[in-house]
Each structure stands twice: as C-alpha cells, then as structure tokens.
Design a protein around this ligand. Structure first.
Ligand SMILES: NC(=O)c1ccc[n+]([C@@H]2O[C@H](COP(=O)([O-])OP(=O)(O)OC[C@H]3O[C@@H](n4cnc5c(N)ncnc54)[C@H](OP(=O)(O)O)[C@@H]3O)[C@@H](O)[C@H]2O)c1
Length: 246
C-alpha cells in the first residue's frame, strides 16, 4: 500500500522499551511492519506493544532480551523468525552511556558500556544477517554524533559509537552485494531516558523543542528501513545549533 511502505515486512528493534526504540516501533508499525520488541524490561515492552497494536492495528511480539548475552540475542532472532516467518529489518538501537572520565571509570562500568554498545550490536547483526540475506533486508544501526567527532565528555561511549559506524560500513561492504542495505543513523542529543545511568536523563535535562525528539530519529530509521533497492548508508540528524561555537 502506498501509505504503508513496510506492508508485509517484519522488523526487530532492540532497545524498544523506551526512547528512540519505542518511537521506532511506532513508526515501523505505522508503515505496515510487524514489529518484534526487544529489551530487558518486559513490562515496559508490554506497554509499548499494546500502544502500537491499539494505534496501528499492528502485530507485535515482545521478546525480553539482554543484548549483552549472546544466547539471549540468538534466541530473540530465532523467536522472531519463527513467529513472523522471516526477518526484513533489524534496528540495532539498544545502547548505554556513562559520563565518567576515563581515569574515573571502573572496569565494570567500562565493560557494561562496551558489552551493550559493541558486543550486543555484533551478536544481533551476526544472528540477523543470514535472514536478511534471504529477504534482501535492511540493517539499521543507531550511531551518534559522538561516533563522528571527538567527545571529551565521554570518550568510551564515543569510541563505542565509532566502532558501530566502522562495523556497519564494513558489514555493508560485505553484504551489500547480497542485497542487504545498511544504514547508520547519527543523532545529536535526543530527549529520552538516555543519560539516566549517570544522572539526569536527557528528557529531564532538555526542554521540549531544545533538542531532537525520539520521533524524529524514528522517522529517519523508518525511511532507511523502507528502502527497497538503495541503501541510505548514513543519516546525520543534528540539532540545528550543534556546530555553533564548535
Ligand atoms: N538520546 C541521545 O541523546 C542519543 C544520541 C545519540 C545516539 N543515541 C543512541 O540511541 C540509542 C537509544 O537510546 P535512547 O536515547 O533511546 O535511550 P534510552 O531511552 O535510554 O533507551 C535505551 C534502550 O536500550 C535498551 N537497553 C540498554 N541495555 C540493554 C541490554 N543490555 N539489553 C537490551 N536492551 C538494552 C533499554 O532497554 P532496557 O533497559 O529495558 O533493557 C532501552 O530500551 C542508543 O544506542 C544511544 O546510544 C542516543
């Protein structure tokens, strides 16, 4: 259908319990996809699933997942394919930020961020690629402005996002010829629960209108996911004043 570019498609969104992932689940379902929702908080996922089903009359699947656990991720991809029959879109969105300086960061804090932002992305991509090859599917990564420019505030987080971009484009070089499209979406500050691991969340820190809303990022992801023949490769979604005083 013209207004449902993802009709007949299925999508798996990691980090779908809040923020960008939740908004993405809405955007993909609105565009006609059946959407599997993955994150650790099952109750929050249930809430997102019932909102999405009610608003778009869409089919959803709640798959509690810890992206730091490779068997959990493998089970999630398998459950999704079993339930939906095939997989057309993976959105690698789950992520975690901490704000400690390098010299103050404990090894546990470092590991939590790397296992979530790097290992989790690797596990989900590895499990999804064989299915995406079958469907000429779309692989979308949520990167960051922090993965494009040096960030004094949180170097480990920034480096994890540089890894995501490097991985995504290298995977793109590998699977593009097989018909799989790869996109990285790079937002600047977005009003979500992001940042709550070390203090005020971005939703609390910024007023409405001051920075990007999760729905705007979700639109970029849905646009990338809707590409039939091309790949968008990279989409930068910056707040308009980002470069002032840079
Ligand atoms: N907000 C920003 O300013 C901003 C800017 C650039 C890029 N990003 C990126 O955008 C992505 C989404 O973040 P957000 O802003 O929407 O923040 P958010 O509201 O905090 O969402 C993060 C999501 O990741 C999930 N998650 C975290 N650890 C997980 C784990 N071990 N297993 C499974 N899911 C896990 C969380 O779900 P559970 O807690 O339920 O597991 C949650 O759904 C992240 O990759 C982030 O780096 C955000």
């Amino acid at each position: 259908m013209a207004n449902e570019p993802l009709s007949g498609k299925t999508a798996l969104v990691t980090g779908a319990s809040s923020g960008i992932g939740e908004a993405t689940a809405h955007a993909l379902a609105r565009d006609g996809a059946r959407v599997a929702l993955a994150a650790r908080r099952e109750q929050a996922l249930d809430g997102v699933a019932s909102d999405v089903e009610r608003e778009y009359d869409a089919e959803t699947l709640v798959v509690p997942t810890d992206v730091r656990d490779e068997s959990s991720v493998a089970e999630t991809v398998e459950t999704t394919v079993e339930a939906f029959g095939h997989l057309d879109v993976l959105v690698n969105n789950a992520g975690l930020a901490r704000g400690e300086s390098v010299e103050e960061m404990t090894t546990d804090q470092y590991a939590a961020m790397m296992e979530t932002n790097v290992d989790g992305v690797f596990y989900a991509t590895r499990e999804a690629i064989p299915h995406l090859r079958e469907t000429d599917g779309n692989l979308v990564f949520v990167g960051s402005f922090a993965g494009q420019y040096p960030r004094p505030f949180n170097p480990v987080y920034a480096a994890s996002k540089w890894w995501v971009r490097g991985f995504a484009h290298s995977v793109e070089a590998r699977v593009g010829a097989d018909g799989v499209a790869v996109t990285v979406v790079n937002p600047t500050e977005v009003r979500t629960e992001f940042g709550s691991a070390y203090g005020e969340s971005f939703a609390e820190r910024f007023e409405e209108g001051e920075v990007t809303e999760p729905e705007e990022v979700a639109e970029a992801i849905a646009f990338a996911a809707g590409q039939e023949k091309s790949t968008v490769s990279e989409l930068d979604l910056y707040r308009r004043d980002k470069f002032s005083g840079f």
